[in-house]
Design a protein around this ligand. Structure first.
Ligand code: NAD
Ligand code: ZN
Length: 381
């Protein structure tokens, strides 16, 4: 990863490097950045009605100099992240005359980015794509790294492709209209970067959390840039998730179990990740002796982005079964990303099942104590 200027981070990808530019007010200047990519036969914005209501006017102004611009909207509910939506968009693109030299611009959260990205990967076997993420999750996570895809009735993100964009434009000002719950949930993913890769970012989040929750422009821009920097570095080194990139799944094994066993209705993804990271911190203490102080700090910081929807009334063994069904298991073994100390993480596959079940059974009680403590003394009873 190298920086072309202070606000642009380069990501390496086998099919070509790309820049992630992060600046306040960037949406209004998007046209200049996109024009620098070259000439396109036509340009198509793919977005959702809700996102377009929030940022459409600004984006349109930013793209006013682009000829033959067309805007196509589609639903961005998680339930509509499927092949039916992909087909509808592709057919609309055909009718709109999109050819192999067209450009697609995805404007929206992770759902829009994943769906539009998959359309770009597969339409005429691949057309150029620019990502313009408008949620915290999309800005710090999904728009960077080239993973695209949709859900099947059998599970999330089961159909997809690695398809890096040509450019990612991140405007922290786009977050102003984001609903509070989406905003707070997204911060869980930012905390994740602190835990797995940057103790300094973690300490900054501890210091500035109040300002960040009030969407203070400077701290927000700082943490988004830092998070993107970490993601960019990890995916540049491991584009296809063969090893290193796995640490981005910190908290996610627990989170996916919570999400799937509540049918994706109770938690927004970031909220499940928030619970998942607190569980992963406890498991780290149990299994690899993560210092109690680090665990307490992780739980305390994550709790500040709450309130989270309550832990589900699902038996620990059932939650554990949901973990085993996760597509990230290798040969049926559950792998956990654990943090030996703040700012570091790696994946472990030798964790005894009982340890994880124990965290699922007793973890929530410890996490919710007024004063954070980490001893899971009941576990061995
Ligand atoms: N590809 C990846 O690497 C990757 C990584 C993480 C998550 N994801 C995927 O991302 C999706 C979740 O993304 P998300 O959290 O961004 O949620 P989302 O795309 O569902 O957006 C959340 C809500 O916010 C609205 N919204 C978006 N931007 C807005 C704005 N600026 N103002 C007002 N409202 C706005 C949307 O319309 C939606 O209702 C999941 O499907 C997940 O699988 C993918
Ligand atoms: Zn996530």
């Amino acid at each position: 990863m190298t920086s072309a200027n202070a606000h642009s981070i380069r990501v390496r990808a086998a099919s070509g490097d790309y820049a992630v530019v992060c600046e306040r007010g960037l949406l209004a200047r998007a046209g200049t950045q996109i024009a620098a990519l070259g000439k396109f036969s036509s340009v198509h914005v793919l977005t959702s009605p809700k996102v377009w209501r929030a940022v459409g006017r600004t984006v349109k102004r930013g793209l006013s100099k682009i000829p033959r611009l067309q805007v196509h909207t589609f639903p961005d509910r998680e339930a509509a992240k499927n092949l039916t939506t992909v087909e509808a968009i592709a057919r609309e693109l055909v009718r709109a005359g999109a050819d192999r030299h067209s450009l697609l611009i995805a404007v929206g959260g992770g759902v829009v980015g994943d769906v539009a990205g998959f359309v770009a990967a597969s339409y005429l076997r691949g057309v150029s794509l620019v990502q313009v993420p408008t949620t915290v999750v999309a800005q710090v996570d999904s728009a960077v790294g080239g993973k695209t895809g949709v859900n099947l009735p059998e599970g999330k993100n089961l159909i997809g492709a690695f398809y890096p964009p040509r450019l990612v434009l991140v405007d922290p000002d786009a977050l102003k209209s984001l609903p509070e719950r989406e905003f707070r949930g997204g911060l869980a993913e930012v905390i994740k970067y602190g835990v797995i890769a940057d103790a300094k970012l973690f300490a900054y989040l501890e210091e500035q959390m109040e300002e960040i929750l009030a969407r203070g422009r400077e701290p927000l821009e700082h943490i988004i840039r830092r998070a993107i920097g970490i993601k960019a570095e990890l995916v540049s080194k491991d584009e296809r998730e063969s090893g290193l990139r796995e640490i981005l799944n910190y908290g996610h094994t627990f989170a996916h179990a919570l999400e799937s066993s509540t049918k994706y209705r109770r938690y927004q993804h970031g909220e499940a990740v928030a619970w998942g990271m607190m569980c992963a911190a406890l498991l780290g203490h149990e299994v690899i002796q993560t210092p109690a102080d680090d665990v307490a700090r992780i739980i305390a910081l994550v709790r500040r982005i709450g309130p989270l929807p309550a832990w589900p009334a699902v038996p620990a063994t059932k939650l554990f079964a949901a973990m085993r069904a996760d597509k990230k298991t290798k040969f049926g073994k559950v792998r956990f990303v654990l943090s030996p100390r703040l700012g570091q993480a790696r994946s472990y596959d030798g964790v005894a099942n009982e340890r994880a079940v124990c965290v699922l059974r007793f973890g929530p009680q410890f996490i919710l104590r007024p004063k954070v403590t980490v001893e899971l003394e009941n576990c061995h009873a």
